[in-house]
Design a binder for this molecule. Structure first.
Ligand code: CTP
Ligand code: CA
Length: 228
């Protein structure tokens, strides 16, 4: 296979990984976010570096330490900041993995003074954030392998396969976030991987750090073999 070089099968490969949530401010003291811990993305970054890749990690706000041996570590807050960091770093990447849980919406207006409470309800208007992965799918070149995640609570497989196609991904990793041993915040994960050729793999529950290696083994062996 094309990447096998001793025990550093990703040597010479440039890999871009996004991780964690994004944080969308409403005023100087408040923001919207989600439950992403960044553990899956950081495990992927660490595994890629261990396997010899040149890693760029773009991270939303998380409490994790910067993984060892990362070439390029970029911290961002909002989805728009993550989007521009991705655009700045996309060229020349061989593999892009979007494990970040990007906020789909942000408050439409940012109040630069703290919003004071009134007696009635407070209505917020939210506006759509850019879909970073969909943009990557449109602008990728033929040699780039694009890997996305899907976080689902219902119709898990069907929704996941639809996202794979809609965003022009090569591989999707589908997460049922209703499971206690998978998804947000946990140290373990349980996923199904589907690629654009229709190959499907169900993996058992395992630590995120181990799953990260399993995902790269899939990319360097099964996936690359099936496209060459
Ligand atoms: N994603 C992204 N930019 C967004 C939203 C999602 O890049 N604004 C990426 C995520 O990083 C993930 C994939 O798209 O790799 C799927 O994210 P998910 O939230 O599961 O799907 P959505 O397309 O946002 O659909 P929905 O949340 O409505 O299920
Ligand atoms: Ca979403």
């Amino acid at each position: 296979t094309r990447y096998m070089i001793g025990n550093r099968p990703l040597a010479g490969q440039k890999i871009l990984i996004t991780a964690g949530p994004t944080r969308e401010p409403l005023d100087p003291v408040r923001y919207m976010t989600n439950h992403s811990s960044g553990k899956m993305g950081y495990a992927l970054a660490e595994a890629a570096a261990e396997k010899g890749a040149e890693v760029t990690l773009i991270s939303g706000p998380v409490t994790l330490e910067q993984p060892a041996n990362i070439k390029n570590y970029i911290r961002v807050g909002t989805a728009n900041e993550m989007f521009s960091a991705v655009k700045d770093n996309l060229a020349n990447q061989d593999i892009v993995i979007k494990s970040a849980a990007v906020s789909d919406y942000r408050p439409k207006t940012y109040e630069d003074k703290k919003i004071k409470k009134g007696s009635g309800d407070l209505n917020l208007t939210l506006t759509r954030n850019p879909d970073i992965l969909q943009w990557i799918g449109k602008h990728k070149n033929d040699n780039q392998i694009i890997v996305g995640f899907a976080a689902e609570t219902n119709d898990v497989m069907e929704n996941g396969i639809n996202k794979l196609k809609k965003k022009n991904m090569d591989i999707i990793i589908i997460n049922d976030v209703t499971r206690a041993d998978a998804g947000f915040g946990t140290d373990t994960n349980c996923v199904t991987l589907i690629d654009k050729k229709g190959n499907k793999k169900d993996y058992p529950v395992m630590p995120k750090k181990e799953l990260a290696h399993v995902i790269f083994d899939y990319i360097t062996h099964d996936y690359s073999d099936s496209i060459t």
